[in-house]
Write a protein that binds this ligand. Structure first.
Ligand SMILES: NC(=O)c1ccc[n+]([C@@H]2O[C@H](COP(=O)([O-])OP(=O)(O)OC[C@H]3O[C@@H](n4cnc5c(N)ncnc54)[C@H](OP(=O)(O)O)[C@@H]3O)[C@@H](O)[C@H]2O)c1
Length: 334
């Protein structure tokens, strides 16, 4: 038997998540079993637990989309390439969720060996946020050096990576936060400009920084008035990627503005984007992530660590307003 975090109904994470003894899973055809070392608490895990994510599991279920672990058993039908992961430390990409447990079973293709010099705390969060940043900025929007990129929730772990990628790749970041206290901290991190949604309409503040035309590139995980404000800040031919739902509120699109300005607003989900990439692109992406984590650009700021038994405290901590760093579930030793 093993310990796993389980929920039987959707609801507030601190209330519905419990720790249970459940049978250790066996890997099926093409799968591997991973002994989990650690797994972060991401906003998407909490959305699933609340029943508010795009794809929901059958209940009872265990959350946890990413993490780090050691492959301890392989299922039948794997070719020699698939078998080389046995005994290796891997990034555990679990598209169905299930990493908040002592063992997880995933497709062998989703167990990605990662360079030994990077610590478990970094490897645990090496996929969801870093891959999303590179996919949105370099592959989908292709933000060129010298251009402005407007982003909201800029103080998030992902937002901080975007700021540091801006410094690295040479594009300028215009960052929206909800708390004024975050402004100086993000400037110190390398943000070119930081505004607060509490200081008046976002489009007016944006135009005071970049000029009347507005910005060409924007990314928003907040929705509601903030997402709408980002849309209204776009220049002709501007592009807005909507990649999260932190307020749970819809973005209001002015269709006249959109039609006349040839503006594009589109959803971005890493799961869909990864499914369209071929093997060489995906291998290259992981090499880029490892080297940019080493360079500090896509490194995750470590937050407090909790055991599985303290799951209620851990999920509460993950949503404390203004908390920095990624909360990590430390599951087994390595
Ligand atoms: N689409 C995809 O494929 C994809 C992939 C990865 C991540 N994401 C999304 O990216 C976002 C950031 O993820 P993360 O791991 O970096 O999160 P995180 O570190 O937990 O940070 C969350 C941030 O959101 C801000 N925030 C929370 N609720 C808010 C609200 N109602 N209005 C405005 N700001 C709010 C917080 O601001 P304070 O600092 O003021 O507390 C904090 O800075 C999440 O929405 C996540 O779902 C999407």
């Amino acid at each position: 038997m093993m310990k796993a975090v389980v929920f039987e109904k959707f609801g507030e994470p601190a209330e519905v998540l419990t720790v249970r003894d459940v049978p250790i899973p066996e890997p099926g055809r093409g799968q591997v079993r991973v002994r989990m070392i650690a797994s972060p608490i991401n906003p998407s895990d909490l959305l699933v637990t609340r029943g508010l994510y795009g794809v929901l599991p059958k209940l009872p279920a265990t959350p946890g989309f990413e993490g780090v672990g050691v492959v301890d058993r392989i299922g039948p039908g794997l070719n020699p390439l698939g078998r080389i992961v046995l005994g290796k430390r891997v990034v555990v990409i679990n598209s169905k969720g299930g990493n908040w447990a002592e063992y997880a079973v995933i497709s062998a293709r989703h167990a990605r060996p990662f360079p030994d010099d990077l610590p478990d705390e970094q490897v645990a969060s090496a996929f969801v946020n870093p891959a999303t940043v590179l996919a949105m900025i370099r592959h989908v929007l292709r933000v060129p050096a010298g251009a402005w990129l407007l982003q909201s929730a800029a103080g998030s772990n992902l937002g901080r990576m975007v700021i540091k990628l801006g410094r690295h790749d040479g594009f300028k970041t215009l960052n929206v936060v909800r708390r004024r206290e975050a402004i100086d901290e993000l400037k110190a991190l390398g943000a070119d400009a930081v505004i607060s949604s509490s200081d008046g309409p976002i489009p007016d503040q944006v135009r005071r920084v970049v000029g009347e035309a507005g910005v060409k590139y924007a990314i928003d995980p907040v929705g509601g008035d903030t997402g709408t404000g980002l849309f209204e800040s776009l220049t002709a031919d501007g592009r807005l990627l909507l990649y999260g739902t932190l307020t749970g509120e819809p973005v209001c699109i002015n269709s006249r503005h959109m039609i006349a300005g040839r503006i594009r607003a589109e959803g971005f989900w890493l799961g869909h984007w990864m499914a369209r990439q071929n093997i060489p692109t995906s291998l290259k992406l992981f090499r880029e992530i490892a080297s940019l984590i080493r360079a500090g650009v896509l490194a995750t700021e470590p937050g407090p660590q909790f055991s599985l038994d303290a799951i209620s405290d851990a999920v509460r901590e993950a949503e404390v307003v203004g908390r920095r760093g990624k909360v990590l579930l430390k599951i087994t030793g390595n």
